[in-house]
Design a protein around this ligand. Structure first.
Ligand SMILES: [Zn+2]
Length: 359
């Protein structure tokens, strides 16, 4: 008891004091050394096996009691909800880890590639192929959940968008490569493209309000950044003119009409056809716009009554395909109705009566 009351540094000579300092430095050194040893170094085969066994045991336990996983997930979800910053931090940390240890990323990628290789159906059969109605519903449910998740945490989405933007800015090749790959993929699997179109159509049918919203959004975007639409039009115009975008100078109408193509001429054709669509018979009164005047042989430079016919918008759109069929169809119709004449090559035969020339 008496000893305890003596302060620890009492009775130390200068010499012992030096010794104490040295030992403390040494202790610090060993501490530092210990810190530098990687976690898996110094493991004998035996301990390695022990570790693996332990991890397998945990795996089995979780497999036997899926309730545990669910509870952990729920807990994690709640934590993220309460502190969305934690998730952002975790994502950042993971990114940093992958940056510092690229071998981990390579390993993961290799593993994924191997999985895809072993299960080639995953890759070839697109995500929506082979889905029964039941798991289709599951996919939709998950998508909805994910949407809600991001809706509740817009800051995550913003962060991700920012990062993505920065990445693409730093490596524009990524975008180009992705586009190329996608193009190639769709070339090899046109059926997927078709399925997607069908799906999109169905979605529009099922959720018209979504489409309205997205159309509104797009309009707003164009309004805020008119350059987006102008640039898109320029690009399209360059494609039509078969030139590079950098060589683009002006908008050129695709196929100029001849000088006969006037409002008066179009009115005359509509009048000749009694303001009725010559394909389906609908009257102008039942439409909210004037009838289109269509060039029967698709040559916009042959604007003469024998080559022009009144069509409603719907029927006019249909004439974009099966051109030969429609040409023959309309020519036989007009020759019956107005005595116009055409030869077997669908060319107009112009008959001038002597009286017409005289006057
Ligand atoms: Zn029509």
């Amino acid at each position: 008891m008496k000893n305890k009351r003596i302060p620890w540094n009492k009775g130390l000579t200068k010499e012992t004091d030096e010794r104490v300092r040295k030992s403390s430095i040494n202790a610090n050194k060993t501490k530092k050394k210990k810190k530098q040893i990687p976690w898996n170094k110094g493991l004998t085969k035996k301990t390695n096996i022990r570790l693996r066994k332990a991890s397998e045991k945990i795996k089995q336990t979780l497999k036997d009691n899926p309730e545990i996983i669910r509870q952990v997930q729920i807990k994690r979800k709640q934590t993220y909800k309460d502190n969305p910053k934690i998730q952002i931090m975790q994502i950042k940390k993971l990114k940093q880890t992958l940056k510092n240890h690229p071998e981990i990323k390579i390993k993961q990628t290799k593993k994924m590639m191997q999985t895809l290789k072993n299960n080639s159906y995953i890759r070839i059969n697109a995500w929506n192929k082979g889905l029964t109605k039941e798991n289709d519903e599951r996919v939709r449910k998950r998508a909805r959940k994910l949407k809600q998740f991001y809706k509740d945490r817009p800051e995550i989405l913003r962060q991700q968008a920012k990062l993505r933007k920065q990445t693409l800015k730093n490596n524009p090749k990524i975008m180009i490569n992705t586009m190329k790959k996608r193009k190639q993929f769709y070339k090899e699997h046109p059926e997927i493209l078709k399925q997607q179109a069908i799906r999109r159509k169905q979605t529009i049918k099922d959720y018209p309000e979504i489409m309205k919203d997205s159309a509104k959004k797009r309009l707003q975007t164009y309004k805020n950044n008119p350059n987006i639409q102008i640039n898109r039009n320029k690009k399209h115009s360059a494609t039509i003119q078969r030139i590079e975008l950098k060589d683009w100078k002006k908008f050129v109408s695709k196929e100029p009409y001849d000088q006969n193509w006037t409002l008066a001429f179009k009115r005359a054709i509509r009048k000749r056809d009694n303001q009725v669509c010559m394909a389906c018979g609908v009257h102008r009164e039942k439409l909210n716009r004037a009838l289109d005047v269509h060039h029967i042989n698709y040559d916009k430079k042959l604007t003469i009554p024998q080559n022009c016919i009144s069509l409603c918008r719907n029927c006019h759109a249909k004439t974009n395909t099966n051109r030969k069929y429609w040409t023959i169809f309309f020519q036989s119709l007009l020759s019956e109705k107005y005595d116009y004449q055409y030869n077997e090559n669908q060319e107009v035969i112009l008959n001038f009566k002597i009286e017409d020339v005289k006057h």
